[in-house]
Design a protein around this ligand. Structure first.
Ligand SMILES: Cc1cc2nc3c(=O)[nH]c(=O)nc-3n(C[C@H](O)[C@H](O)[C@H](O)COP(=O)(O)OP(=O)(O)OC[C@H]3O[C@@H](n4cnc5c(N)ncnc54)[C@H](O)[C@@H]3O)c2cc1C
Ligand code: FES
Length: 418
């Protein structure tokens, strides 16, 4: 039954019940009748909210990682500046067909044809709002050159999104995916930890908990540099003001003179495990973390040292940057020939590179890539013969007979279909 129908029946039933009780003398005055009406109306509203929560839970549980195959066209409905260097895109399906739900914490993969490039560039962006029936939201930070290469160009796709993309532009998008998501079937207390633009997946989780009126105890720690870099400031303040079970702690590492402690931010400094301990007292929470590598490394090490079991720590990095060294495959074979069949080239694996994608790049063999971290599936390549070893478990489906070169090394002589 539709909720509106249910409510209409409920409203009629309520009026009849109150009228009957008035007639039978159970309710003596019109004031009694009005109070009874209000109580029953509140009961029905609560029931209505519970049905809504159950519906959303069901939709999120049913959401599959393959909501559609390949690329689907989305129109940028709104583009909103969230703070310095971060814009949100609200995407609506161009075909007007329904929008599949996703798990809070998952990401979309964009395939962007940049001006002047003959091949699309692939990048992943976390969905930054809870599942909604009419839009997906992404929030993208313009990647600036690293301190040791200040003259390098800014990030390709993030600059394009921030500087070029306009409302009503069309983007090619792969379905929501990813294994970093809030476990919505649990009732345990949660700690959400975000560094900088790493806020996006954990904000989706927070917004989901707000949407379903969860009673879970929630701590949300956000670390940014200062007020200029503080995304979703008003939205987060409003959540903290209106929810007793949600505590938001904002840390500014380098506040400006006009940033006010106690108003704009809570703590001067970074998000540390000592700070988390001060707020939580005990460690039996589920922790969800997203941020830069140093943020993740220090917090995960500290949480483990505090006794938090590995199974209660869920984390996502936004992939190795162009400048950071990817994780090498442990026990990788020392020397091996790798044949790239389509390109008719052979390269020697000598263990000096971190993975097969780096080997292909070095040999100028084109393999599309996105996250370069085993998450997006863009580099999926067929193995014609031989086998590979992985540095970590793939975060996406890998078809039989294929591999993800970005996290793989050869396990002996190998022929790839690239
Ligand atoms: C699962 C997942 C989710 C993600 N979610 C988000 C999200 O929600 N929001 C978000 O903003 N990002 C997110 N990312 C990161 C995003 O996918 C991109 O990695 C990011 O936007 C940078 O891509 P780009 O094309 O802009 O930069 P690239 O062009 O790949 O450049 C990366 C960096 O290298 C620098 N650089 C370029 N050329 C050189 C050079 N010659 N020498 C030295 N440095 C150079 C650039 O200045 C830039 O800082 C996510 C990543 C993953 C894997
Ligand atoms: S580039 Fe994303 S899985 Fe390899």
């Amino acid at each position: 039954m539709e909720l509106s129908t249910f409510f209409a029946y409920g409203g009629m039933a309520m009026v009849s019940l109150v009228t009957a009780q008035l007639g039978a003398g159970v309710l003596r005055t019109a004031a009694d009748a009005f109070t009874a009406y209000q109580c029953r109306r509140r009961d029905l509203e609560l029931l209505d909210a519970r049905i809504l929560v159950a519906k959303r839970e069901m939709a999120v549980r049913q959401s599959s990682d393959k909501a559609w195959e390949g690329l689907r066209k989305f129109r940028v409905r709104w583009k909103v500046a969230e703070c310095q260097g971060i814009h949100s895109l609200y995407l609506v399906p161009h075909d007007g067909r329904p929008l599949p739900p996703f798990r809070p914490g998952q990401y979309l993969t964009l395939s962007v044809r940049l001006p002047g490039d003959d091949r699309p560039t692939i990048r992943c962006y976390s969905l930054s709002d809870s599942p909604k029936s009419d839009y997906y939201r992404l929030s993208v930070k313009k990647a600036t050159p690293p301190p040791d290469a200040p003259d390098a160009p800014s990030g390709k796709v993030s600059s394009y999104v921030n500087d070029v993309v306009c409302e009503s532009d069309i983007l090619d998008v792969k379905a929501p995916s990813g294994s970093f998501y809030l476990h919505t079937d649990k009732e345990t207390p949660v700690v959400l930890l975000a560094g900088g633009v790493g806020i996006t997946p954990v904000l989706s989780m927070l917004n989901y908990l707000v949407d379903v009126q969860s009673h879970r105890q929630v701590y949300f720690f956000l670390g940014v540099r200062n007020g200029l870099d503080h995304p979703f400031h008003q939205h987060l303040s409003e959540i903290a003001r209106t929810h007793d079970n949600i505590k938001i702690v904002t840390c500014y590492s380098r506040p400006r003179s006009n940033d006010q402690q106690g108003c704009d931010y809570d703590v001067q400094g970074r998000v540390t495990v000592d700070l988390i301990k001060q707020y939580l007292g005990v460690s039996n929470y589920d922790f969800y973390l997203c941020g830069p590598p140093a943020f993740l490394d220090s917090l995960v090490t500290g949480l483990k040292a505090w006794g938090v079991p590995k199974t209660s720590i869920h984390q996502e990095a936004f992939g190795p940057s162009r400048t950071s060294k990817p994780v090498a495959v442990p026990d990788a074979c020392e020397k091996s020939e790798v044949q790239f069949a389509k390109s008719n080239r052979t390269a020697t694996w000598d263990g000096s590179l971190a993975n097969l994608l780096d080997l292909a790049d070095a040999a100028q063999i084109p393999i599309d890539s996105g996250c370069r971290a085993g998450n997006c599936g863009t580099c999926l390549t067929a193995i014609k013969s031989g086998s590979v070893k992985y540095s970590q478990d793939p975060g996406c489906d890998v078809d039989d007979g294929c591999c993800l070169p970005c996290i793989a090394s050869p396990d002996g002589p190998l022929v790839l279909d690239a």
